[in-house]
Design a binder for this molecule. Structure first.
Ligand code: AMP
Ligand code: MG
Length: 353
């Protein structure tokens, strides 16, 4: 499979890079200095870790640039912060955009189209109506839901990436919550590569992760996948130079009258997506695609999601679905990267073809 071959090639290239780089370091791998920082941004805790060679001042500079980039993206892309470009677009129906916002909106719209609207970044009025942005949760009645669903339509959002402008009809609004953290991971990975950092683990929060290269010892990064039905970890994905996105109803939800309502909405109904899945994990070269697709595939469910995966090999993604009965379904490339955690060895894992 193309993705697998790519993955192996990258791993080999990295192993070779390390093999040739070590003598230049005088065999002193301990010069690999660990830089670590945690920040609260985009409504979540982010942990950024990377390894580099002294001088420390230079590494601190790189770290500051990463943090500055996250805050700068948040300032532009937040739907809730007055003063952001997205806020202006939603309030005024049109806005001038920075190149980053124009790029993200354009790429997010492409994903909306590719997923036939399972991802729809104009679901924001429905997200607001359910109270997911404020925590003032409520269950809209059927008439309200129908009205909200009728107003979700990404084709009404017009983005001009050349002029860096966007327009949206009155009453509609955009929310990039499903893709921003993945996009941020891509941008941070590029910054690190430009700074010649070849080993990093960027945890952008809520199971959105981007790794650069491998661990300093050359082994792959190990990323835990949360059990959507419990506190523990179902298993571990081992990867090099890739992104991971997981979406699940367990990440943000409320309960009312014995019913659980979560933050991933089906654009057709404006209500929480009930597709029989409890989580979807997507691994691939683009953080934006992994983040957006994990949301979209959660809406699609196992069957439609598998068909989507088969018909889009160009995305080079590998998937892990967890269904309500606790069964895991993995694509063959994911099967190679994934192993069950202790205590979960008996869990059924089906390999999709
Ligand atoms: P994620 O955690 O990446 O799956 O993204 C979920 C967030 O995206 C939610 O908190 C909403 O803000 C927004 N959202 C919910 N449902 C959708 C959808 N079907 N398409 C696009 N964005 C959505
Ligand atoms: Mg997402």
């Amino acid at each position: 499979m193309a993705f697998r071959a790519n993955y192996l090639k990258k791993g080999l290239a990295l192993a070779l890079t390390l093999a040739t780089a070590l003598p230049l370091l005088g065999g002193c791998a301990s010069q690999n200095k660990k830089m670590e920082t945690s920040i609260f941004a985009m409504d979540t805790v982010m942990n950024l870790t990377f390894y580099g060679v002294d001088p420390e001042a230079a590494l601190k500079g790189v770290q500051e640039e990463l943090v500055a980039e996250i805050y700068s993206l948040e300032d532009k892309l937040s739907a809730t912060e007055e003063g952001s470009e997205l806020y202006a677009l939603n309030e005024q129906g049109q806005a001038s955009l920075s190149p980053e916002t124009a790029e993200l909106l354009t790429q997010a719209l492409e994903l909306c189209e590719l997923t036939h609207g399972a991802l729809d970044i104009t679901a924001y009025p429905a997200v607001l109506a359910w109270g997911f942005t404020t925590g003032d949760y409520r269950v809209p009645d059927q008439a309200e839901l129908e009205q909200l669903a009728a107003g979700i339509d990404y084709t009404q959002l017009d983005v001009d990436p050349e002029r860096c402008t966007a327009r949206i009809p009155q009453g509609m609004a955009v929310d990039l919550g499903a893709v921003t953290k993945g996009y941020a991971g891509d941008r941070l990975a590029r910054q690190l590569e430009q700074a010649n950092i070849t080993s990093a683990l960027l945890d952008l929060g809520q199971s959105t992760i981007r790794v650069v290269g491998s661990k300093p010892d050359g082994s792959p990064w190990r990323i835990a996948v949360q059990d959507p039905a419990g506190e523990g970890y179902l298993g571990v994905v081992e990867l090099t130079d890739l992104a991971v996105g997981t979406s699940g109803g367990y990440q943000r939800f409320f309960e009312q009258d014995g019913e659980t309502y979560w933050h991933i909405l089906d654009p057709d109904t404006a209500a929480p997506a009930r597709s029989g899945l409890t989580s979807v994990t997507v691994v691939g070269p683009s953080g934006l695609v992994c983040d957006g697709l994990s949301t979209a595939l959660f809406v699609m469910g196992l069957e439609e999601g598998t068909r989507f995966w088969r018909s889009h090999p160009e995305l080079e993604v590998e998937l892990l679905f967890v269904t309500e009965d606790g069964t895991l379904y993995v694509t063959p490339g994911m099967d190679e990267m994934f192993s069950l955690a202790q205590g979960y060895e008996d869990r059924e894992v089906q390999v999709l073809q």
